[in-house]
Design a protein. Sequence first.
Length: 350
Amino acid sequence: MKYKILRGDLQKDREDFIEFWRVNFPNWPKSKYKWFYEENMYGPAAYWIARDADDNDRFVGTTVLFPKRIKIDGNEEMIAIAGDFGVEKKHRGQGSAAEVTLESFKFIDEAGLAFIYATPNVVSEKVATRQGFRVVGRSVRMVRVLRSRDYVKKALKIGPLAAGVSRLVDFFMRLRSKESAFKSADKYEFEVLDDFDDRFDELWKTASQNFPMLGERTREFLHWRFALCPFKDFRTFVVTSRKSGALEGYIVYRLEDGNLIISDLLVSNTGEAIDALLTEFLLYLRSLDIDTVTFFYLGNKEIIKAFSRFGFSTRADNRSVIVYIKDDSPYFSRAMDENNWHFLEADNDT
């Protein structure tokens, strides 16, 4: 098959693009186009289209680069997230995927990007690594069970007995939990917010000194990424110092089928601040009807250790972070060491 690989036009190709995703990937939200493509705070998305030259130039595949700002060793750099990679089923394995991927690489020099990264599924990872992407590492999925009712029901299969047993199990889980024994809780207080204020800019300045590579977490970015998201609802839990009033850390979260997903997290330090944040957050969640808390992460091992201290267990996860970066880039060694990253849902394509 012969394909025409063309740079997409956000206005001219809009309807073709949205129709392609509606037909081939029905869960793709139409409202994403205006928000994440046209009104991206870093500038418009760039995408490439594969059209079938043997079928009236029909739209059969695409890949997209979303601009993003990051700090690397204190230097602000522009990079891009590769996302919304899709090919019509009958055209998979015919070369269109490789062609649109290779064409998008030329954008690195055109836009002055430090590198491109992505979080592909297993099939897409194979395509991408054949074209020059490298695997940085695989994220961890960490889960904390707050209520045992579903697990007990499955084990005992007796409704009334299961309810009594789960309450007893939950009591002992609370009694033995790290957050119940945290000794510095009187130094902090918490708030739950729907949007972001100037304190987040101050936290960003402090925290960005503690992470070698950190995607922007300014008030402006957080407002755009979470408060303006048209198809998911987020809330933000913050911990502040009682003495200074400074923001010590936050967690952005969303609810999904009764479970809680941590979408973003930032702390002033990976010592007492993260312990205080997780303590107050987990104690707060006991007032909600939440069964489990899930955290996807790649990066700083101190963050992973902190979650482990607070009873989060590691589960199998196939997500990888892959990078396309030139060998002579001054950031090559930084980008290829997963411990330099602080990668959460906030850093990903939606």
